[in-house]
Every structure is written in C-alpha cells, then in structure tokens.
Design a binder for this molecule. Structure first.
Ligand SMILES: [Zn+2]
Ligand SMILES: [Zn+2]
Length: 133
C-alpha cells in the first residue's frame, strides 16, 4: 500500500510503498534510545518506491554491538525520526518509522523483535487508567 510520511514540523515529507504484513515492533535498546521511548514500530520500504520532498533529512550513523553501521534519518529542524537504512547510494532497503506515517492507525504490528530488552511493564498498559486526550 502507498503511505505518506511527514515530520512534525512539515519540513520533510515522503511517499513510499509498503506491505502492511511487514510492520513490526522493535524493543532493542538502540530503538529505545534513538526514539526516546519504550519501543519502535517500523516497516520496510525499498528506495525504489521511496520519494522524499522538502528538506533533505539529516543523518546519524549508529554502530551496533555487532559492528553493523546503520544510517538514521531524521528531520534537521524538528528532530522527528524518519527511517534507518544502510550507508551509501544505490537500491537499498529503508526501515520507515511508522509514527510519522499518515496511515499509522491501519498499520498494526505483525511481529516483534528484541523481546529480551522489552520493557517488563508493557503488559500492564491495557489495565492502566487513562484519558482520551
Ligand atoms: Zn521537521
Ligand atoms: Zn531496534
């Protein structure tokens, strides 16, 4: 399906094609730290189906425990996390951050990974008192 991404301030936007069955939650510590929250929801997209407009995203290359290098793309104005990908040009796979997609409510995760570092309190969320706003 076609998805439409935009950062919080609107300086960067993009369109991409994704498969809703490939949406996943990652509980790894890098995702927690880079997103500033407890887990991250992502979906893969090919660079051949990904079109950016507006400002060019800023990038930061993180080096994982395995030594793997991953380029993290974010808005240079508002800091919204947009994607991760491998370094360099050419056809490659992007991991889009579902929270910046207009279609996010339709993109329920189908899988989760790095459960070993998942927050131990996630199961309590449905039982917490809350408000609609
Ligand atoms: Zn922005
Ligand atoms: Zn992760």
């Amino acid at each position: 399906m076609q998805v439409h991404g935009q950062c919080h301030c609107g300086a960067v936007s993009f369109t991409a094609k994704i498969n809703p069955d490939e949406v996943l939650v990652c509980h790894c510590e890098d995702c927690q730290k880079l997103s500033g929250t407890s887990f991250r929801t992502v979906v893969p997209a090919s660079s051949t189906d990904l079109v950016f407009s507006g400002e060019t995203p800023k990038t930061y290359v993180k080096i994982g425990l395995s030594g793997a290098r991953r380029e993290q793309g974010f808005c240079g104005t508002c800091g919204s996390a947009l994607y991760a990908t491998s370094e360099g040009d050419g056809p490659k796979l992007y991991s889009l951050r579902v929270g910046v997609l207009a279609e996010k409510a339709q993109l329920a995760p189908k899988h989760q990974k790095f459960l070993r570092s998942a927050m131990p309190w996630l199961d309590t969320l449905p039982t917490l008192p809350g408000t609609q706003t």
